[in-house]
Design a protein around this ligand. Structure first.
Ligand SMILES: [Zn+2]
Length: 216
């Protein structure tokens, strides 16, 4: 089972990927992590990548492909892989097809966690937490039972993250669209793209993904 998982920040992609790793024994192949790990482990490709990164240059597609090939050949990837942050371009998508085909594998699904931008803005901008115990609250969905006092610890001081604002969310969404725009049509043309409502609860999103993976 080899899949690509796509979703903008805030859609819960990390949570779902971690669950698939735990429950299905898939490995998550994120190119940034892979490059750092290979450089640290000192594999031949890793050392090559390290040199390029230390020179402040972009790691070439050829190196990334070699790295992914290395990871796919590792025993832990036998059960399947979740590609995260790769491919980014049509050329990389074609390279990935080839890498998988060389190993008698193919991409099974491209799953995109769909979010409504305005709903995501509403969700993110209302968040705040208790400064003392960290309990999470929301302006619209979960206010403390007694105004101004934490339900859990009674604390009266609350915090908001400075990057939880509408402009940040909209910028991240635009970045996400720009990153996926080159590859979605490639996979859509092959009928591989499946969309899941990323605004649903974590459990519902998980169940939808499972239904796709189990072919039901
Ligand atoms: Zn508290």
């Amino acid at each position: 089972m080899d899949i690509i998982l796509l979703g903008p920040p805030g859609a819960g992609k990390g949570t779902q990927a971690a669950r698939l790793v735990d429950e299905r024994g898939l490995v998550q192949l994120s190119t940034g992590d892979m490059l750092r790990a290979a450089a640290k482990a000192g594999t031949p490709v890793g050392l090559q990548a390290k040199k390029v990164m230390e020179a402040g240059e972009l790691v070439s597609d050829a190196i990334v492909s070699a790295l992914i090939g290395e990871r796919l050949d590792a025993a832990e990837a036998a059960g399947g892989a979740i590609f995260d942050g790769y491919p980014r371009t049509g050329a990389q998508a074609e390279a990935l097809d080839l890498l998988l085909a060389e190993r008698g594998r193919r991409l099974d699904h491209v799953i995109e966690l769909d979010v409504d931008e305005q709903a995501l803005v509403d969700r993110v901008t209302g968040r705040f937490t208790c400064a003392a115990c960290g309990e999470g609250y929301h302006d619209r969905y979960k206010l403390p039972a007694v105004a101004g006092a934490c339900d859990v610890c009674g604390g009266r001081e609350f915090r908001r993250r400075p990057d939880d604002n509408a402009a940040t969310v909209r910028t991240r969404m635009a970045e996400y669209r720009a990153k996926t725009a080159p590859i979605l049509p490639f996979y859509e043309a092959r009928g591989l793209v499946r969309r899941v409502d990323g605004m649903a609860s974590i459990e519902k999103v998980g169940a939808s993904i499972d239904a796709i993976l189990d072919g039901s």
